[in-house]
Each structure stands twice: as C-alpha cells, then as structure tokens.
Design a protein. Structure first.
Length: 321
C-alpha cells in the first residue's frame, strides 16, 4: 500500500481515546490525500440498522470518495456484526471503512474476523505503565519536531500528570516555547509541578465561571513565565469552541466531529459547558477574547493587565444569566 493511500478496511483497536482519534484522523488524512473532497461520515455503530449500514457503504452515483467511521463496534448485536463483516468483505471503490473497537473480550469475534478479512490494524491500548508514558512523551516531542533530555521526561510527567491529552498539550507547548530543545530546567521553569498554570487551565476556569480560580491560574502562569500570547490564544480557542458547538445544537458529537473539525470529546465537553452561557453573554466574552489577543500582540502597554481585565470581563459576562 502506498504511504498516502488508505486501505479500504481499517480496524482501530483499543480504548486510549486520544490515540484512537489520531488513528482515525490519520486514515481520513490518507483518504483526502488521494481525494481532497472525500466525505467523512461518523456513526455510533449501535445506532445503525443493517440496512442503514449497507446504504452508507453503497457506491454513489458519482463515485464520490467516502470514509465511514463506525464507533464502538464492540457494542453491536449479532445481526449488525454479521452485516459489518458482509460489507467489509466487498467494499465499493473509493470507500474506506474504519471500524473502531475497544478490544477486550466483548465482541472479540468481530475484531478477529475483520483481521482475517485483511483489515489494516492500528492498536491503541490504554497507556498505564510508567515506561509507556515516558515513551509517549518522547514520541510527542519528536512529533512536534523537538528533542527532550532524558532527565526532563519524568519531571514533565510529574508536573503534568498521567492524562495523555494534557501531556500532549504540555509537550507541544514546551517545544514551541523552548525552540525545540527541552531540558529539566525548562520543564521546571514552565511547570514547577503545577499543571494548572497553562493558558488552557485559565480558559477552563473562565468557561466554568470560576473567577477566583481563573485569576489564580493566570497569576501563576505569569509568575512562571508562560507567554501572554499563549494564554490569550487559549481564551480565544475556548470561546470559538463554545460558539461553534453552541451554534451546532445538541447533535451527536460523533456526527458533528467532521463538520466542526473537532474531536468528539471536545464537542461533548463544550456541549455541557455552553448550557451555562447565554448567547449575548457568549458574544461579550468572545469580543473580550478577540480584544485581548490584539492587546498582548502589541496593542496594549501592559499585556499582563490586559489579560487580567479580559478574564474579569469574561467571567462577568458568564455571570449575567
């Protein structure tokens, strides 16, 4: 198989959510390298009937390329498992079927049968051991184009914790902030054992309406030297996410992932958060985030004060319900 061509049958096996999402995204990227207009459709497998499955995988009149992602295939009943295997045995031209299965004993026969049918298998097992987590951090640094000193790896894990998403975010931020070379001193400078000092933590507190927590996280970030631009970017990203998800309504996060360009977990989280925001309050906070982004990039004389003022404005907006 060509490096940039997606095989028509893919099995993503495991329950490490971040790795599963990346595996699916990689298949989509490969399919769109062949055909940039390839349509991506995501379904929770248990919500499909055998007829609906067949319809989603049937060739279109215009032979349009398509990627069909079946989430939680380990939960399907016998009839749907049989239908999946029948469809996987003879995929139509231009269609890529991605079956996401948590692994383990539940519906193991389905995963085993897909392997026998020639599925390209990507393993995404839970990362639980310390050495595996260290390997993940080193791989993330390479993925971001940087290098990390051996002594810095355990220090980073101790500072950030074991959550892969937080480790990935912290690693990417460190690579960007250090110019690509991470040593123990850099990790201690940016974290010092307090994962909550990142810009994303400030944004999470703002979104939750925790004024005191947001200001405390902001001051820790400033004391530890987190660049003001990164905090402002995190605030803007949080507001954009709420605005996009709020406008999309209460749809299935798996279905909305493609149109919104976000992973399902992020949509699910934002759907819960946006319920606490009125549309006009969100508009005020969105404007504050846009203004502070300009402020920290040169429009304001004091970027730190601009950030504090923006956090106050955004929290006040959320409180005006």
């Amino acid at each position: 198989m060509d490096a940039m061509t997606a095989a028509p049958l893919q099995l993503v096996l495991g329950e490490e959510e971040l790795l599963v999402e990346r595996a699916v995204d990689e298949v989509v990227a490969q399919a769109r390298a062949d055909d940039p207009s390839a349509d991506v459709r995501r379904y929770r497998a248990t919500e499909l009937s055998p007829y609906e499955l067949a319809d989603s995988l049937s060739p279109s009149l215009f032979a349009e390329a398509r990627v069909i992602v079946l989430q939680a295939a380990h939960e399907v009943n016998k009839d749907l498992a049989t239908a999946i295997l029948a469809q996987a045995a003879d995929p139509a031209d231009g269609i890529v079927l991605v079956v996401v299965h948590a692994g383990g004993a539940r519906n193991k026969a389905l995963a085993d049968a897909l392997r026998k049918q020639g599925a390209v298998v990507t393993i995404c097992n839970k990362i639980t051991r310390a050495e595996e987590r260290s390997d993940f951090v080193r791989a993330e640094v390479r993925r971001a184009g940087g290098k990390i000193a051996p002594a810095a790896v355990p220090v980073l894990i101790e500072a950030v914790g074991s959550d892969l998403r937080e480790l990935a975010a912290a690693t990417g931020q460190l690579v960007a902030d250090t110019g690509g070379t991470i040593d123990e001193k850099a990790v201690r400078r940016y974290h010092r054992g307090r994962a909550e000092t990142t810009g994303f933590a400030v944004a999470d507190k703002v979104v939750a309406g925790d004024r005191a927590g947001a200001l405390e996280a902001l001051r820790w970030a400033q004391v530890l030297g987190v660049p003001a631009v990164l905090v402002a970017d995190a605030l803007a990203d949080a507001m954009r996410t709420l605005a996009k998800v709020g406008a999309a309504g209460r749809g299935d996060p798996n279905q909305l992932a493609g149109p919104l360009g976000m992973p399902p977990w992020k949509i699910r989280k934002a759907q819960q958060q946006v319920r606490s925001w009125r549309p006009d309050s969100l508009a005020v906070a969105f404007a504050a985030a846009a203004e502070v982004n300009a402020d920290v990039k040169g429009a304001a004389a004091d970027p730190e004060y601009a950030l504090e003022r923006a956090v106050e404005r955004m929290c006040t907006a959320r409180e005006s319900r």
